[in-house]
Design a protein around this ligand. Structure first.
Ligand SMILES: NC(=O)c1ccc[n+]([C@@H]2O[C@H](COP(=O)([O-])OP(=O)(O)OC[C@H]3O[C@@H](n4cnc5c(N)ncnc54)[C@H](O)[C@@H]3O)[C@@H](O)[C@H]2O)c1
Length: 458
């Protein structure tokens, strides 16, 4: 008999922390323990300065922590005491051996399975929260089935669809919750137990149940489709620039078609984040392993366009700034991969900074939440990078500003004041198409936006 009054989550990262904080807040009758091998991260979850930034997260954690939400490093104890175990460890792209650069690195995942096996003394439901290759549950079951104590494990897939920057809102009002399990009496029962937890606050019609492999594959597919939309509009942005079309007008026109829909059609310097690229490359790897070369090539092109868009952005900067940025100060507005997060994993700003530094520019980075990771992301770059929290100071003496992250604050700055403090001619490259380009041009800037004709004075 599964005890449904306790949940354990292994992995206290961007997914495990916020997800379990919301479960604890919505289900005061359930004790939620979140464990991690990273002591510093757990200490931060137990402090006033949480390890990640998400709007609304502080409040949710404060309401539940110490009541029915606990963070610790006691993994063995957690496994012993809880019958429902969510696993939310990282599954990055493999950097070594077979499948390097494409396949998911499942070493953390497998270690967790072995930890569960070592410490479980009663029957458990193991919930895959991490994003995993399709059919990972089968491997997990094979590991878990090796237990000598006769403990029964039911593996359920419950991929997480939250978006960083809006994680709390996404968790409180998800479009859907997907729960995959075996189509057997035990599999259906396990699925139902997990569905009942979510049903405390999610309407039943938004809780989708499916078979295990569909749930696992749906997560990879969802990220591939989302990223594909970004690459699609970004590819069209390049065509707009050479034909006189305006990418925002094209996006609006196609987005009003209800079959297409308006969201995720904003041209940009490219997608970042820990998931899109890794999950697509994983999908590509899986397709190739199954002999589906054409399918693999199709999805790989989404990543190729993303990388091309980033390089194209830097090439445009270079061409418009008289083919040299050597010794020029360039202010990057934003370092996080998107607004409202401090996460910089795979941020477009990293690639752009690297390419500018290779051209010997002096790069000044400003960001309200992400400056802490600049040295970690660009370790080799030393003294030609400056970090400056105040965007006005970052732009002072600069030849150009490049908007990398769509932080709201960058729309509302006093650009006349910024223009006055910059070298002339002054350039703005809007990598997110968030600024008022006409107004900037009137102030005196040379303005380059994606998918639009440049507004120049020189
Ligand atoms: N970040 C997102 O927006 C997002 C969204 C949906 C799904 N996902 C998926 O969720 C998973 C987790 O992503 P994340 O962004 O939270 O990663 P993360 O790196 O922020 O967190 C993972 C945590 O797991 C811990 N960990 C690793 N091995 C462990 C072990 N053996 N025992 C205990 N703890 C261990 C790490 O120390 C780390 O704190 C990934 O599979 C990712 O693809 C992420």
């Amino acid at each position: 008999m599964i005890d449904t009054s306790r949940i354990l989550c292994i992995g206290a990262g961007y997914v495990g922390g916020p997800t379990m904080a919301v479960v604890a807040a919505k289900c005061p009758h359930i004790r939620v323990d979140v464990v991690d091998i990273n002591e510093a991260r757990i200490a931060a979850w137990n402090s006033a300065e949480l390890p990640i930034y998400e709007p609304g997260l502080d409040e949710v954690v404060r309401a539940a922590r110490g009541r029915n939400l606990f963070f610790s490093t006691d993994i063995a104890g957690g496994i012993r005491d809880a019958d429902i175990i969510f696993v939310s460890v990282n599954t990055p792209t493999k950097t070594f051996g077979q499948g390097a650069g494409y396949a998911a690195d499942l070493q953390h995942w497998e270690k967790t399975a072995r930890q569960i096996l070592a410490h479980a003394t009663r029957d458990k439901i193991v919930v895959e929260k991490s994003t995993l290759p399709v059919r990972t549950a089968q491997a997990m079951e094979r590991i878990l089935d090796g237990n000598p104590a006769g403990v029964r494990f039911d593996v359920v897939s419950n991929p997480e669809f939250l978006a960083e920057g809006s994680a709390i809102a996404d968790l409180e009002r998800p479009d859907r919750v997907l729960i995959g399990g075996h189509d057997t009496p035990a599999g259906r029962a396990a699925r139902r137990i997990i569905a009942d937890i979510y049903a405390t606050w999610v309407p039943r019609e938004r809780i989708i149940e499916s078979n295990l492999w569909s749930a696992e594959l749906s997560k990879l597919t969802a990220n591939a489709f989302l990223a594909q939309r970004i690459s699609s509009i970004n590819s069209i942005s390049a065509l707009c620039e050479v034909t006189g079309a305006d990418v925002d007008e094209v996006a609006y026109a196609i987005g009003t078609d209800s079959r297409v829909g308006p969201r995720f059609l904003k041209a940009s310097v490219g997608f970042g984040g820990s998931c899109f690229k890794k999950d697509i490359l994983n999908l590509v790897y899986i397709c190739r392993s199954h002999g589906l070369g054409e399918v693999a090539d199709y999805w790989e092109s989404v990543v190729a366009i993303n990388e091309w868009q980033q390089s194209r952005f830097v090439r445009n900067m270079l061409a418009s700034m008289f083919n040299t940025v050597a010794g020029k100060r360039i202010a990057l507005f934003g370092f996080a991969f998107k607004a409202d997060t401090g996460d910089t994993r795979e941020s477009a700003a990293i690639g752009v900074a690297r390419q500018l530094l290779a051209e010997r520019a002096v790069v000044v980075i400003t960001d309200p939440k992400a400056l802490g990771s600049v040295r970690e992301e660009l370790p080799e770059e030393g003294d030609r990078i400056e970090c400056e929290i105040d965007p006005y100071r970052a732009a002072r003496g600069a030849h150009a500003i490049a908007v990398m992250t769509e932080w709201r604050i960058y729309r509302d700055l006093d650009y006349a004041r910024i223009f006055a403090s910059m070298e002339k001619p002054a350039f703005v490259f809007d990598g997110r198409n968030i600024l008022d380009h006409k107004r900037l041009h009137e102030i005196g800037f040379n303005v380059y936006a994606l998918g639009k004709a440049p507004l120049r004075h020189v």
